[in-house]
Design a protein around this ligand. Structure first.
Ligand code: PGA
Length: 264
């Protein structure tokens, strides 16, 4: 593993002032950590992006949008275009988060249009996929993941690891009521995801795409998850929203991935 991907989506929680103080503190607390080994990102509310850009050192922290419209511009009331995201300092577009799919009705086809548009505009598309509790119960998890990947990435030319990241976030693992996946279960699903990406994009490109696990990641399970062969990063909600707590988690992950002698 060359670097780990650690980031958070602050959902509809942190406003302007909270986001600014959060990213400032996070940059300060993690400034000493080597960025060639750590890709750190924060995905705040749209309204806080520009201010976050101004208060966070871009060399320490990448920013992303929590959603994106699928066109450069147009009559899409309430949507944000890729150009607008870039203009506010976002370089990542988070697409297809479970809350957008299951609460707001986003389909694989909508997600696909967004992925194509994000990549076309030079953003990193962070595609989120994951099965529901019912699908898991019926033994359909791998089929669901394959379907979400094949539909969500339809007609995408083989991407580099900078153009596409995939987050596996089982719906049943996310949020207050969520139960985190065991590291063994997450690793199995990540294997399926990797296999599908290789099928879609070939050995070389398929193997480059970073795979992140998300869903009730916390300081207790983060280290076990990141040590799994096919888990390249963690996408964290609640456990990352306090900067000192997140910084501790980042340090413990880096400690196991890159034992001290290699950090020097
Ligand atoms: P959680 O959120 O860590 O609070 O479960 C994860 C996510 O929604 O990405």
């Amino acid at each position: 593993m060359e670097k780990v991907y650690l980031g958070t989506n602050t959902k509809m929680y942190k406003g302007l002032a909270d986001t600014v103080s959060y990213v400032e503190e996070l940059c300060r607390l993690t400034a000493d950590l080597p960025r060639e080994k750590l890709e750190l990102f924060v995905i705040p509310s749209f309204i806080a992006l520009d201010a976050a850009r101004k208060s966070a050192d871009q060399k320490l922290l990448r920013l992303g949008g929590q959603n994106m419209g699928w066109a450069e511009e147009g009559p899409y009331t309430g949507e944000i275009s890729p150009r607008m995201l870039l203009e506010c300092g976002a370089t990542i577009a988070e697409l297809g988060h479970s809350e957008r799919r299951h609460v707001l009705g986003e389909t694989d086809e909508m997600v696909n249009r967004k992925v194509l548009c994000a990549v076309e505009h030079g953003l990193t598309a962070l595609l989120c996929i994951g099965e529901t509790a019912e699908e898991k119960e019926k033994g359909l998890a791998d089929e669901v993941l394959q379907m979400q990947l094949k539909r969500g990435l339809y007609q995408l030319p083989p991407p580099t690891g900078e153009q596409l990241w995939v987050a596996y976030e089982p719906v049943w693992a996310i949020g207050e009521q969520g139960v985190p996946a065991t590291k063994e279960y997450a690793e199995e699903r990540h294997r399926t995801i990797r296999r599908t990406l290789v099928q879609l994009f070939g050995e070389e490109r398929g193997a480059q795409i970073p795979l992140l696990y998300g869903g009730s990641v916390n300081p207790e399970n983060a280290v076990g998850l990141i040590q799994m062969e096919h888990i390249d990063g963690l996408f964290i909600g609640r456990s990352a929203w306090d900067a000192p707590r997140f910084s501790q988690l980042i340090r413990s992950v880096l400690d196991v991935c890159f034992p001290k002698e290699t950090m020097l």
